[in-house]
Design a protein around this ligand. Sequence first.
Ligand SMILES: *Cc1c(COP(=O)(O)O)cnc(C)c1O
Length: 392
Amino acid sequence: MSATTTNATPAPAPPGLPACAQVDLGAITSNVAALKALAGNAEVMAVVKADAYGHGLLPSARAALRGGATWLGVAQLPEAVELRRAGIEAPLLSWLHVPGQDFVKAVNLGIDLGISTTWALDQVLAAATVSGQTARVHLKVDTGLGRNGAWDADLEALLATLASAQAKQAVEVVGLFSHFAYADAPQHPTVKAQQERFEGIVAQAERAGIRPQVRHLANSAATLTNPSAHYDLVRPGLSVYGLSPVPDLAAPEDFGLREAMRLVARLSSVKESPAGQGVSYGHAYTTSEDTRLGLVPMGYSDGVPRHATNVGPVQVGSRRYAVAGRVCMDQFVLDLGRDSTAKAGDEVVLFGVGVEGEPTAQDWAAAIDTINYELVTRVGARVPRVYLGGDT
Ligand SMILES: *Cc1c(COP(=O)(O)O)cnc(C)c1O
């Protein structure tokens, strides 16, 4: 693996904000460029669902397109509609629907639709009739994930309906795709089995007269670790934002990636506290000596997990601390130590790229036994995203 290390010192957060998520759009652009280089002949669909994994939908999408993504992917139709209405012309795919969604709007806006059920195909065909346009669809098949995707029982029927609808130009089957169960464990036997199943279904579709332009299977982990799964298009999400999908195997920099989000707050107060003082609700922490307590105006409503009580890693100046006591809705406390010179207004770094010794989102994930995906996507709506390094 190539090692590209960036030593860019993060810019401090703008003063006067209780908390903010600084988003380095230049990192998103260069991460996509790195993914594109790894993908070889495959095109890159940057996955920007869930508000671009918490980084902000439109600025992140534009940064990804600047990096060479030629497609954008989202889970839900309203996300795709927002991208299209903002003037983004790249092909867009949305793949998770419920009956009664506005597929006419989707067809009129030229949004590609993932199809994994017979009801969805029926509703999309009806929408194509209403709009008088050809619906662009990607057949989503379940090759072993056991989640979203057509099973064998529906596959024959879907292929037959798609073939006849395609003959009438009601649909264009642009893609055929699936999703891995164990892409983050590249040696797991299901990985190869799913690929073989996928290739079998591609052949089955061809026999039914369906030759999609793009076959796609790879999420971030498969994009980074499994070139044999790249096919025509890769669908990285997490890695676009500079996080490693295989943190036990490799760090972001091992893939030439850089974390795009830096989550910071400002100390609201620093006060002297005696030894033996219980801290925050339920006194889950007690000071062991005379000390200084710093109040951080960020809590679980902002995405700081309540499970981070007493364990969430934080940096103030050059010192690392763990959250002291319960994380509350709007705030948590740090035991800064009696010799601390920290004062109200000083920056508190929850996570960033790690180049200045600060914790990373992966450090938080490890501390509270979750995955890095959850840390960035849960940053709350109250936390402003402040963009650096490119046009929004
Ligand atoms: C979320 C998602 C992706 C991106 O996955 P990452 O692990 O974040 O790269 C790709 N494809 C589908 C179908 C998804 O739901």
